[in-house]
Write a protein that binds this ligand. Structure first.
Ligand code: GCW
Length: 712
């Protein structure tokens, strides 16, 4: 196709019907109909029964109806097929080519599976003559296998394709929605949401737009997510009722998600026995409290038999918790775990617990220490159906932080790592900030020293018993789902990394590009691909360059956390300080002279971080207070590094904007326009960051830029 034909793009790229009644069209994200062309032009036989098999049938049927293929659902015989999707335990079919395909799949399994089973979600893909076969032990495996075929496009039908075996590394791959049911006076409908309203709730009630939820479920299943919590971890009165009176709303969502292999979880208030049950206490050791949770949880399972479990933020930023009763977080988590255990549910208990009423004058309290101080001593005390959910960094989802030492401190506890897909601190979906490379760094970090076990190993656990990966979602009712269309890639990447945390994020991004901008519907596919990589691959580092330097974090406007506010948090109670003065900047977290946080790491990193000489440049100001003239490993001084990176960051954003302009007329115009508009804002905001940070540090230090550029 050439550029003149691009008027047809909309037809190719968009689903036929607006999904919102008369409302705006919803962008199909990485599942445009065109991405199904290769599958939809084939003859497909589906063999097996089950709810998710019906979902696969529905997907294949829609693709085949559009692109002229054919689909049979067993029992069907004597047909020529190109693709067989079959459950392994389904009965034999009197069709030689189907049986040959299944035999090829079995052989591949023996060859590649290394004695392992496919499990509930795994699948094998192989070729038998002219036929591609996907075999799975369970329906969810077929669904994931189907989406794998979609991702591969024509390559799935390449006669030379060697067999493949896939199984998710992590059992639970979860998104947390910080969606409020009732609009919060400060945080709005979605806390830290940058994509419009909630797809689940509006103005105090369920939206009832289950079509949109269904589209969402497809998107999530296609990248591997299998669990979501549907309400904010800050649980206010209306949201607390989802557990009881409003459970029906949750059940309706669960009915839709179930068809895509996704379980529903609920954020609950630790004070629920008091708030909802009329008890006088929520003390985890009180017998009536235990009975209340058990009975309430039983009712949840009567309504939602595959309910996933509870998510709890306790004793944190004003949420109730066990501390009120002189109990600890193991007591609290075990209370809920006990109620969930008979039903196979799990409690995700967040380790994000710290004092948010700190006195900025007090240099001895260190927010970074808090999660470890609270949780590490409890290792071994949590029930097996408790997952302690740990933010990846010790402070709060910053653009750069060290990895939380809690993840290395609780070998006898199931741990999940929590990431933030919603871009609270990384540009709020107005800036391009592709987070895959950052998450990949987090997951491949080896807390016991290079070559040792990694964070990916910790959350995978022995025999897959780890706590998995969790992320705060970035989706809303925006027509592009994520506000910034390129932020869709963060959601996709999270799912794919949760499926396999060792994958290369650039390869994942490439997959996303192929699906979202299918080459067959794109005027110059290679230009589009190259341009997107150029803009996105390094965008997290670009964002880092023009914002808070060298790991010091924050410096954002208080409250909304958008844009520069160098001293915005410096004299507040939130525990996030940079301590810049005329001589230097940074937080001394050493054991020798600071808060002692470095001592929370296993010996290798405790030693590396302890000294400014060995501390990696990018984390220097997180761990040390150093003079502006301190020379980095890069050879630059701290002050010159600040100037250089801030000038460079803005130049890179300007280049992004220029590169994007190449795609004008080549891709869906509405995507083009939305991104173009956001890039304008990114340039504006990055410039503001550059000038405020540079000016601030120039005024503090009095050290001029050695290249004499404009500082105000
Ligand atoms: O980063 C902070 C956010 C809060 C959020 C909190 C948390 C849901 O600013 O809005 O509250 O983290 O993770 O609980």
């Amino acid at each position: 196709m050439n550029a003149e034909e691009s008027v047809d793009l909309e037809q190719l790229m968009f689903v036929d019907e607006p999904m919102d009644g008369d409302g705006p069209r919803v962008h199909p994200a990485w599942l445009p109909p065109e991405a199904f062309r290769s599958l939809g032009a084939r003859r497909v036989l589906l063999h097996g029964e089950g709810l998710l098999v019906d979902t696969v049938l529905d997907e294949v049927s829609r693709a085949c109806a559009r692109y002229g293929g054919l689909v049979w659902h067993s029992p069907s015989w004597d047909v020529d097929v190109d693709l067989v999707l079959a459950l392994r335990d389904a009965a034999e079919l009197p069709n030689p080519s189907v049986e040959a395909a299944r035999a090829a799949g079995e052989a591949a399994l023996v060859e590649l599976g290394d004695g392992e089973t496919l499990g509930d979600e795994g699948f094998v893909l192989a070729r038998a003559g002219d036929v591609t076969v996907v075999l799975a032990d369970a329906p969810a495996g077929l669904l994931y296998g189907l989406f794998h075929v979609v991702r591969l496009c024509a390559a799935a039908f390449d006669p030379a394709r060697p067999p493949e075996w896939h199984r998710p590394a992590l059992r639970r791959r979860m998104l947390n929605h910080w969606d409020n049911v009732a609009v919060h006076p400060v945080m709005g409908q979605v806390e830290r949401g940058y994509a419009g309203g909630s797809i689940f709730w509006r103005d105090g009630r369920s939206r009832g737009d289950l079509d949109r939820v269904r589209e969402y479920a497809r998107l999530l299943a296609s990248c591997g997510v299998n669990a979501i919590s549907v309400n904010n971890v800050n649980v206010a009165r209306t949201e607390a009722l989802l557990l009881t009176e409003r459970l029906g709303d949750v059940a309706e969502i669960a009915d839709v998600l179930r068809r895509y292999g996704i379980r529903v979880h609920l954020s609950v208030s630790f004070a629920a026995p008091v708030l909802l049950g009329g008890l006088s206490t929520a003390d985890p050791l009180d017998e009536n409290v235990r009975v209340w949770w058990a009975a309430t949880t039983r009712r949840v399972y009567e309504r939602i038999p595959d309910f996933g479990g509870y998510l709890v933020k306790a004793d944190s930023e004003g949420q109730p918790g066990p501390f009120t009763y002189g109990r600890d977080h193991a007591d609290g988590a075990n209370l809920l775990a006990e109620a969930l255990a008979p039903h196979g549910g799990v409690v995700h208990w967040r380790a994000f617990v710290y004092n948010h009423h700190q006195d900025w004058r007090d240099r001895s309290t260190d927010r970074a220490r808090a999660a470890y101080d609270h949780f590490a001593p409890l290792d071994g005390r949590f029930r097996t159906n408790v997952v302690v959910q740990v933010k990846f960094g010790p402070v709060d989802f910053q653009t750069r932080e060290p990895i939380s030492p809690v993840l290395a401190a609780m070998p006898a506890t199931r741990l999940a790592v929590e990431l933030q897909v919603t871009q609270e601190y990384t540009g709020q979906q107005r800036h391009v900030c592709h987070l895959g490379p950052w998450w990949s760094e987090v997951l491949s970090f080896a807390p016991w020293g290079p070559g040792g076990r990694t964070i990916a190993d910790v959350v995978t656990g022995e025999a897959g018993a780890g706590g998995g990966m969790v992320a705060v979602a970035n989706v809303g009712d925006d027509p592009f789902w994520t506000g910034h269309p390129l932020a869709q890639a963060n959601l996709y990447t999270f799912g794919r990394l949760a499926w396999d945390p060792r994958r290369d994020p650039t390869a994942i991004l490439d997959e996303w590009i192929t699906l979202t901008f299918p080459p067959s519907a794109t005027a110059d596919a290679e230009l589009v691909r190259r341009t997107l990589h150029e803009i996105m691959d390094d965008s997290w580092r670009t964002y880092e360059r023009y914002t808070a330097p060298l790991g010091v974090g924050f410096m954002v406007n208080p409250g909304d956390h958008y844009g520069p506010g160098v001293d915005g948090y410096e004299y507040t109670r939130w525990g996030t300080y940079h301590f810049a003065d005329r001589d230097g900047v940074g937080v001394d977290r050493s054991r020798a002279s600071g808060t002692g946080f470095t001592g929370q790491y296993p010996p290798y990193w405790a030693q590396v971080y302890e000294s400014p000489e060995s501390c990696p440049d990018e984390l220097l100001l997180f761990f040390h207070h150093v003079p502006y003239g301190h020379v980095l490993h890069s050879g630059s001084t701290v002050i010159q590094h600040i100037y250089d990176t801030h000038f460079a960051g803005v130049e890179e954003v300007t280049a992004m904007r220029r590169r994007w302009q190449r795609l004008n007329g080549m891709i869906d115009p509405s995507v083009y326009e939305r991104v173009a508009e956001r890039l304008e804002e990114q340039v504006r905001c990055a410039t503001e960051w550059r000038d405020q940070i540079n000016t601030y540090f120039f005024r503090k230090s009095g050290v001029p830029d050695e290249r004499g550029r404009d500082i105000y």
